[in-house]
Design a protein around this ligand. Structure first.
Ligand SMILES: [Zn+2]
Ligand SMILES: [Zn+2]
Length: 465
């Protein structure tokens, strides 16, 4: 689904193929059991939640309308125009100092409110090339030409519209409660999350140098499999390193009836694909998670022609630098060894550094600090621990400069739909990136704004103290 652009690649000819800047955190940090949890003082959450809820009650109808507007008008990665304009307007109206076109289509909205820490709140903005099939009255009917000139449908199938409505709601709530906290808010709307490019673009354009550098960075992501009103998060590792690898398998074409005078790149590619499986099964510690998936294979034109070459496209998921280096080198080694064995020219093995995104590690003390507040807001049963997954998100990039980051997952499904899906034999709930994903707006956004507002305020000291 990713639109492939490969200007920046590392070709496996030099020994050191990964620059230091492209490295993810060195070692997965196991949750520190003794990480201090400076819980807010007794009564703090209750008192602040009451004022947040009061403000939110006046905003929620408008936020749902904003959500429906954004949902009906999605824009593809790197093609965000109206969405950032709207978010910039909303932040400006809420009293923030707004800078647009940061790292392309990014928006940075700053609210300085006295001495104290800098808290960053991030949303993403892009939709996906999917034709929406939800049947909702505000379903997207948008069709555009993608960057390759192909007409596609566009849909917010990853819930970035829920993120944006929650972001605007949180920005409004925190601005209206300026007398309750001291410090600086940096609200960031990043483009191009779905191609894991936007965060890097914004950081490369000076997000942490031209604007106040955050002491904490927070984000939420919608969860299509959990009821609204429930959130979940991981401590430490949350999401994996993601690399894409392109392999051009070279052979020598000829007639399909005379294979002995050719070097068949299809047989060779098949051998490589099977050999890659041993990277996980035979070369990797069973307790070290790794995924090597060949998601695309293209070669040949006709039954009886052996082609000159075959193209493979791989996604590689790891969770540490050391394993990432080892697995990428193993792919290169195995591809070249297979070619040597077939008496074929060496294949071209390219890692796209543009499409790399580092693992997301939730800072443990920060996660626990936010988790303590969430428990009081939603009730302990509605705050769940979550296993890390091998998916990827470029929110991990915001840990640049050792910034503690925290991403949590926001349930978005109605209780009825969730309960129905738990029955034996019932169809599964539509997942993320599917054409049927239809988050329940009101309670999801409400929960997003309540949790994010209180999490941010809990990181900022009270005004005048
Ligand atoms: Zn997505
Ligand atoms: Zn997403």
């Amino acid at each position: 689904m990713q639109v492939r652009r490969l200007p920046l690649v590392a070709v496996f000819t030099c020994a050191l193929f990964l620059s230091g800047a492209e490295r993810s955190p060195a070692i997965p940090q196991p949750p520190a059991p003794d990480a201090k949890v400076p819980a807010p003082p007794a009564g703090w959450v209750k008192e602040h939640l009451a004022v947040v809820d009061k403000k939110l009650d006046g905003e929620i109808a408008d936020l749902v309308a904003l959500y429906q507007h954004i949902h009906a008008n999605p824009e593809l990665s790197l093609m965000e125009v109206n969405t950032p304009n709207r978010l910039a307007d909303e932040a400006r109206k809420a009293g923030y100092e707004v800078t647009e076109k940061v790292g392309g289509n990014g928006v940075v909205a700053v609210l300085k409110n006295g001495p104290g820490p800098v808290v960053l709140v991030r949303t993403d903005m892009d939709g996906l090339p999917i034709i929406e099939q939800t049947g909702l009255p505000y379903a997207s009917k948008v069709r555009v030409k993608n960057r390759d000139g192909v007409e596609v449908g566009v849909m917010h199938a990853c819930g970035h519209d829920i993120h944006m409505a929650s972001w605007v709601g949180t920005a409004r709530v925190l601005a209206s409660l300026k007398d309750k906290w001291s410090g600086t808010l940096v609200f960031v709307a990043q483009p191009a999350e779905e191609i894991v490019a936007g965060a890097k673009k914004m950081l490369d354009d000076g997000l942490y140098t031209k604007f106040p550098k955050p002491d904490y960075a927070l984000a939420l992501h919608s969860d299509p499999l959990t009821p609204a009103g429930v959130i979940s998060y991981s401590e430490g590792l949350a999401l994996a390193n993601s690399d894409t690898v392109d392999i051009l398998v070279k052979g020598k074409g000829g007639h399909g009836a005379a294979p002995h005078v050719t070097i068949d790149p299809i047989v060779l590619a098949a051998r490589m694909i099977l050999d890659f499986q041993t990277i996980v099964s035979r070369e990797t510690d069973p307790l070290d998670p790794v995924v090597v998936t060949v998601g695309s294979i293209h070669g040949g034109t006709k039954h009886n022609i052996i082609p000159n070459e075959v193209k493979l496209q791989l996604t590689v998921r790891t969770t540490t630098n050391a394993t990432r280096d080892r697995v990428l080198k193993a792919i290169d080694r195995i591809a070249k060894a297979a070619a040597l064995g077939a008496n074929a020219p060496p294949p071209e093995v390219k890692v796209s550094l543009d499409e790399f995104t580092p693992a997301t590690y939730n800072d443990v003390p920060l996660a626990r600090k936010c988790g303590a507040v969430f428990g009081e807001i939603l009730g302990a049963d509605n705050v769940r621990s979550r296993k890390p997954v091998m998916g990827a998100e470029d929110f991990g990039r915001f840990s640049e400069g050792k910034t503690p980051i925290f991403m949590y997952f926001l349930g978005t499904v109605s209780k009825e739909k969730y309960d129905a899906a738990q029955k034996p034999g019932a169809p599964a709930l539509p997942g993320m990136h599917t054409d049927a994903y239809a988050p329940l707006p009101e309670p999801s956004i409400r929960t997003g704004v309540r949790t994010m507002s209180l999490a941010a305020m809990n990181l900022l000291p009270p005004k005048g103290k």
